[in-house]
Write a protein that binds this ligand. Structure first.
Ligand code: AMP
Ligand code: GLY
Length: 421
């Protein structure tokens, strides 16, 4: 079978790498892919946001199944569109993709189904927001609705910060805003919890912890993710059953009651406080870099797992996990998440291969005339699986130092909460 993966990041290279091992696949296309996916699949330079062009290509190549990496096409309805053309797609339809696309959609489900989450208020005007702030306790969190690529969330220490955030949101910093969300600040430990679902049944899909801030010790600006480790050290049977009973099951019930079904990965961003889980947000896809961190722990054919979801057969599909710890450190362009140089060559990369326990997944890279160029902020994901996070981190840092890419920087403290040196 021929399949296509939509996206161009480290998540999509990790998916392509794992799918490449499947004997059931004859060809993988990545739309548009990066320099890493080019080595194991065929990159196709079309704009996947133009659904008609996308369909023409899939149809011409007789591609039978599509796996959608990022959230934007899901929220825009690529699944509904391709299904209407009889192409199998792994990912949720537009209506349920609002779990990520609209924070108020999710909060309303939380309210109706009593899912534990931060207390919140949806405000439709600046004036109402400002007067609500007067009776609020600080710190609190102000959020823009809709997709804001990891931005659009302000942790506000006082009323001045909060008023500024509300001004920025209503002034259109993240696109046209009809409302803001003002919510209680939750103190605790964060954890990412994943499931995979075929619309009828679901299975857990491991846990992870990422580091979103650019600086050591989780300081500085927010980024797409500077590194991650899996599994999370917080997870245990008791917590897992609370997450499932109080958060995941009621959410899927809500989806079913809407006459919809959930197919794809569902990523719950959680805060764990006094051993109780609270939902911070849903993402309707795998995390990046969590995907790069988790997939190398799978011990069976990923294609069979994803295909079983597209054909409602997940219940019969085994998912085997290696009993190992996995870590990912992201090598970024100096300056990220602000300005950075583009089209900078990365030498020595061809000497590195993806082995059993060591992987380099590309993100913002492009191959031109045999040279690999950095074109994005997050450039390469170094992943290592071993018996200890400390060992994995040492191995990765050796690898990055060996590459010696002068335009890059990385966080050397990924996993510091679970590593006692
Ligand atoms: P989000 O885009 O909703 O995931 O928010 C980005 C980050 O902001 C999260 O990963 C948390 O670290 C933080 N955050 C969001 N909401 C809250 C909250 N209610 N309390 C504490 N931290 C939060
Ligand atoms: N690593 C966070 C995300 O993918 O949203």
């Amino acid at each position: 079978m021929k399949i296509a993966i939509i996206g161009s990041g480290g998540r999509e290279h990790a998916l392509a790498h794992q799918l490449y091992k499947s004997k059931k696949l004859t060809k993988i296309f990545c739309i548009p892919g990066n320099a890493g996916t080019e080595e194991i699949s065929k990159n196709v330079d079309i704009n996947f946001e133009k659904f008609d062009e996308l369909y023409d290509f899939l149809n011409n190549e007789k591609i039978e199944m599509v796996i959608v990496g990022p959230e934007k096409p899901l929220v825009d309805g690529v699944v509904d569109f391709l299904e209407s053309k009889n192409i199998k797609v792994f990912g949720p339809r537009k209506k349920v993709a609002q779990l990520e696309g609209s924070k108020t959609f999710t909060k309303n489900i939380c309210k109706k189904f009593k899912i534990p989450t931060a207390k919140f208020k949806i405000c439709y005007t600046k004036e109402v927001s400002f007067s609500y702030l007067k009776s609020s306790e600080f710190p609190l969190v102000v959020k823009a609705d809709g997709l804001a690529a990891g931005k659009g969330v302000y942790i506000c220490k006082n009323i001045n910060d909060a008023e500024k955030a509300i001004e920025e949101i209503f002034n259109g910093k993240f696109g046209k805003a009809d409302q803001v969300l003002i919510e209680e600040f939750l103190e605790g430990d964060e954890m990412s919890f994943f499931i995979i679902s075929d619309g009828k049944n679901y299975k857990t899909f491991n846990t992870a912890q990422d580091h979103k801030r650019v600086g050591e010790g989780d300081t500085g600006k927010n980024t797409g993710g500077m590194g991650a480790y899996s599994p999370s050290s917080l997870i245990n049977d008791d917590l897992e059953s609370k997450i499932i009973n109080k958060i995941i099951d009621p959410t899927l019930r809500a989806i079913n009651e809407m006459g919809e079904k959930y197919v794809g990965f569902l990523y719950a961003g959680l805060m764990i406080k006094n051993k109780e889980p609270y939902l911070i947000e849903y993402n309707v896809r795998m995390g990046d870099p969590e995907c790069q961190t988790i997939l190398p722990l799978i011990d069976n054919d990923l294609f069979e797992i994803l295909n079983s979801c597209c054909t409602s057969r997940l219940a019969d599909q085994e998912i085997k996990w290696k009993n190992k710890k996995s870590m990912c450190i992201v090598l970024c362009s100096k300056g990220y998440p602000d300005e950075y140089n583009k089209e900078v060559e990365i030498k020595n990369l061809e000497k590195k291969n993806n082995f059993n326990d060591k992987f380099i997944f590309h993100a913002g890279t492009k191959s031109i005339d045999g040279k690999i160029l950095a074109i994005g902020g997050r450039v390469l994901n170094f992943v290592n699986t071993s018996n200890s996070y400390l060992e994995s981190r040492r191995e990765i840092i050796n690898e990055i130092n060996e590459l010696n890419w002068e335009e890059g920087f990385f966080r050397s403290d990924i996993g510091y909460k679970v590593i006692n040196e």
